[in-house]
Design a protein. Structure first.
Length: 130
């Protein structure tokens, strides 16, 4: 399998405005998309740093009173680490040959790209994203 580069990093924060101020105003990230997800009662803020294919994306999720991380990804801190791949089916097959199971491939509703998740030995969610 060939991992090209990290696609994005996602974190969950406890204070949306403070996080937005920190990453945008202090660190210089550019806002790509900002969405209030009514069904989840949370915010999803997509940011980027840099331009072109080398730009780094950061997803910030803000839900009301997120629990401290125990064993699920929807908690304060790192949500998951995503790797960009050219062919998701090929990558999933290669992981399966190594005994690593992936969730079913699905489309990201915001980017319309195919993606799936698997987990490292400690249970950290890892994503493959085309």
């Amino acid at each position: 399998m060939k991992l090209n580069r990290i696609h994005h990093i996602a974190i969950i924060v406890s204070d949306y405005q403070a996080a937005k101020n920190f990453y945008v105003e202090k660190l210089g990230f550019e806002v790509i998309r900002e969405n209030y997800r009514k069904q989840r009662k949370d915010w999803k803020l997509d940011l980027k740093l840099g331009d072109g294919p080398e730009a780094i994306e950061l997803e910030i999720f803000a839900e009301e009173n997120p629990p401290k991380r125990v064993n699920r990804p929807e908690a304060c801190g790192l949500r998951h680490l995503a790797f960009r791949v050219d062919d998701i089916e090929e990558a999933v097959a290669e992981l399966a040959e190594l005994g690593i199971t992936c969730e079913p491939v699905r489309y990201d509703e915001y980017t319309n790209k195919r993606m799936t998740f698997f987990f490292d030995p400690d249970g950290l969610p890892l994503e493959l994203h085309e």
